[in-house]
Design a protein around this ligand. Structure first.
Ligand SMILES: Cc1cc2nc3c(=O)[nH]c(=O)nc-3n(C[C@H](O)[C@H](O)[C@H](O)COP(=O)(O)O)c2cc1C
Length: 120
């Protein structure tokens, strides 16, 4: 049911960079609009709603193991850039970092959100 590629989604919130893995991704339109489904239990969910910015980084096959590991731990407990030896690079238009080792990085602004769970 998941039609998009697995991506690494980075955020910058309260002075900290974070990354999560997301595979529920899809194109929404012929414009460059991408849909991503995040669980409200993810730290990244709150960061994205609060800052309305993120980077979607496309990992290559060399990042396979790290991509799975990043999706199995929480930014509340782990500095994932440090733990997985990834390089946060400044983006041009958002505060969320590019991932230096990714194949491509898309700087994104949140333009629409369907919030099913109230913020805590
Ligand atoms: C391959 C893979 C795909 C994932 N896809 C999603 C997804 O599409 N949406 C989601 O909310 N969580 C997804 N996850 C789980 C999150 O990456 C995971 O909950 C992560 O710990 C969230 O990190 P954070 O709390 O630092 O934001 C995926 C995990 C893996 C390993």
């Amino acid at each position: 049911m998941e039609e998009g590629p697995v991506v690494l989604l980075s955020t910058f919130y309260r002075g900290r960079n974070n990354i999560m893995t997301a595979s529920c991704t899809m194109s929404m339109d012929f414009s460059p609009m991408v849909g991503v489904m995040l669980g409200p239990w993810d730290c990244s969910y709150r960061a994205l709603l609060k800052t309305r910015e993120c980077v979607l980084a496309i990992p290559g096959a060399d990042l396979l193991a790290k991509t799975v590991a990043i999706g199995n731990c929480s930014g509340a407990e782990v500095d994932k850039f440090a733990e997985y030896k990834l390089t946060p690079c400044p983006a041009a238009k958002v505060k969320a970092p590019l991932i230096g080792e990714a194949l491509k990085n898309l700087e994104c602004k949140l333009i629409k959100n369907q919030q099913r769970v109230p913020e805590t």
